[in-house]
Design a protein around this ligand. Structure first.
Ligand code: PGA
Length: 254
């Protein structure tokens, strides 16, 4: 089975002390995870080393950066390079979150550069896609996300797309308490898998983990994750409460 993932996206929340406590509370719960299940914590840059050392070598846990810059290095004050992340052994990086696209004008082509850099430095991207409400209301969401993948990912050779991680996050469901129905989630995830199969092949498409994001909560995670093509979640708000996130981790497909 492809990897089932519970990914926490802390966004720009928590002080260092709060972050340490939250992580400790989750790790102390000692949730047993199967070899094909994983929990990833996308934490703010200044907490990466702390989080990394807290989880030690436990294979079922990993940390992710929430972003990186699209250039290798140089005079880009305030930015963080992928090489810096590699040098502190970060293995994952969230790319193209809708908040980055909306507030920091990240385009599909800029994201293609970031994807390339991540792969060059052996960091696995968690690539986010998803449509705004107006697109969903016009029923053109499939075309919209197809374009996001075409312009940011489909230049990659097949071996780089194998085991890739994508997060489908309908923007209208992020932080709104409005979750996609299981039918909407499954339909989009199946669509994403089908376009990957069309571009590459269906065997490869079956290895891609497609996470759902957008108001995943302790009380709806199990139902969402039970959908055939939903391989876990990227969780914002509910990942800031230890008990809720623990419940979400336990909701991954067995
Ligand atoms: P949410 O955020 O769970 O608070 O809706 C999800 C995300 O933006 O990754």
């Amino acid at each position: 089975m492809r990897k089932q993932i519970a990914a926490a996206n802390w966004k720009m929340n928590l002080t260092y002390q709060q972050a340490e406590k939250l992580l400790d509370d989750i790790l102390d719960a000692e949730i047993e995870m199967k070899p094909d299940q994983q929990t990833i914590f996308a934490v703010p840059y200044p907490y990466l080393i702390m989080a990394k050392s807290d989880i030690e070598e436990q294979k079922q846990y990993a940390v992710a950066a929430q972003n990186c810059y699209s250039k290798k290095s140089g005079a880009y004050t305030g930015e963080v390079s992928i090489e810096m992340l590699r040098s502190i052994n970060v293995n994952y990086c969230v790319l193209g979150h809708s908040e980055r696209r909306e507030y920091f004008a990240e385009s599909n082509t800029m994201l293609a550069d970031k994807v390339n850099l991540c792969l060059e430095f052996n960091i696995e991207p968690i690539f986010c896609c998803g449509e705004p409400l107006s697109i969903r209301e016009a029923s053109t969401q499939n075309d919209f996300v197809t374009r996001q993948l075409e312009e940011s990912l489909f230049h990659l050779p097949a071996e780089k797309m194998k085991n890739f991680i994508i997060a489908y996050e309908p923007i209208w469901a992020i932080g709104t308490g409005k979750t996609a129905t299981t039918e909407q989630a499954q339909e989009m995830h199946a669509h994403l898998r089908s376009i990957i199969a069309r571009q590459y092949n269906s065997e490869l498409a079956e290895t891609v983990s497609i996470l759902y994001g957008g108001s995943v909560k302790a009380n709806n995670a199990k139902e969402l994750f039970s959908c055939k093509d939903v391989d876990g979640g990227l969780v914002g708000g509910a990942s800031l409460v230890a008990a809720d996130f623990i419940e979400i981790m336990k909701s991954l497909k067995q």
